[in-house]
Design a protein around this ligand. Sequence first.
Ligand code: PPE
Length: 309
Amino acid sequence: MATAQAITGKKIWLDGSLVDWDDARVHILTHTLHYGLGVFEGIRCYRTADGGSAVFRLREHVRRLFESAHINLLELPFTREEVERACLEVLRANELAEGYIRPLVFLGEGAMGLNPANNPVRVAVVAWPWGKYLGEEGMARGIRAKVSTFVRHHVNAKMTKGKTCGDYVNSILAKREALLDGYDEAILLDTQGLVSEASGENLFLARDGHLRTPPLVSILEGITRATVIDLARDRGIPVSEVPITRDELYVADELFLTGTAAEVTPIREVDHRRIGQGERGPIARQLQEAYFDAVSGRDPRYHSWLTPL
Ligand code: PPE
């Protein structure tokens, strides 16, 4: 699986300048390494129909990075424009026409303990090639998922509007359990027992031509989720943000996941129950096509979402 391969490249943007890949190192007392208080983003750049490349929804991702930092009382020593420029610079420095961009805000060395008020807020931006997050076959046929034994954090524990490093321990536990149990992905329930999201993706359900997705309570406010809601409505598919129960998953016509890394990935089976026909359904297929037309600039209606490289 692409996600388990070691990555490498030429340059990394660190605290304001490009450094050689192997020189982007940190001290063992880096605060975030001990306590997990840091925030990050995941952004994709795609080749475009005009022969160039463009970053998809760069402004929205950088805005969420700053909001995640704000929620966690982290103040970046850079402006949003500087971080947007860093994302583009790092793609160029690594000669990537297509790839995944990972801005990371973390607390550097200084004090230990739970008051990092004086530790430096550091910023890195890395980029690397990243193929299909849940596999080529998963995109075409759908993946197999299990409802996790791990529960998504309560909103007042997790601060779900923030994409915080330490929160991903919960996702990693769920993901590894799912893989060890022979599935491709985990679906987590929230503290009330309602469907939340997958380990690194939001979830959509189709039934009788309508789409449903959980409301913004226990989930990350996915940028792909927002994109897919727009794409669906523009095609006359109604979408509602409503609570979803576990058994509603089992009787859905279609289920699919959305995320920057996972893009639009269908689910063909949950907990040994076949979903719909047990293959990628027509709505997932239509929205996959719409998504790839949007990110690649083939659909002029969505050009405002693209930042040319
Ligand atoms: N929920 C979670 C928990 C999540 O991590 C992501 C993104 C999403 C929903 C979808 O958000 P968006 O990318 O804005 O549509 N997960 C990122 C990290 C993946 C990783 O393995 O690392 C991603 O897709 O980039």
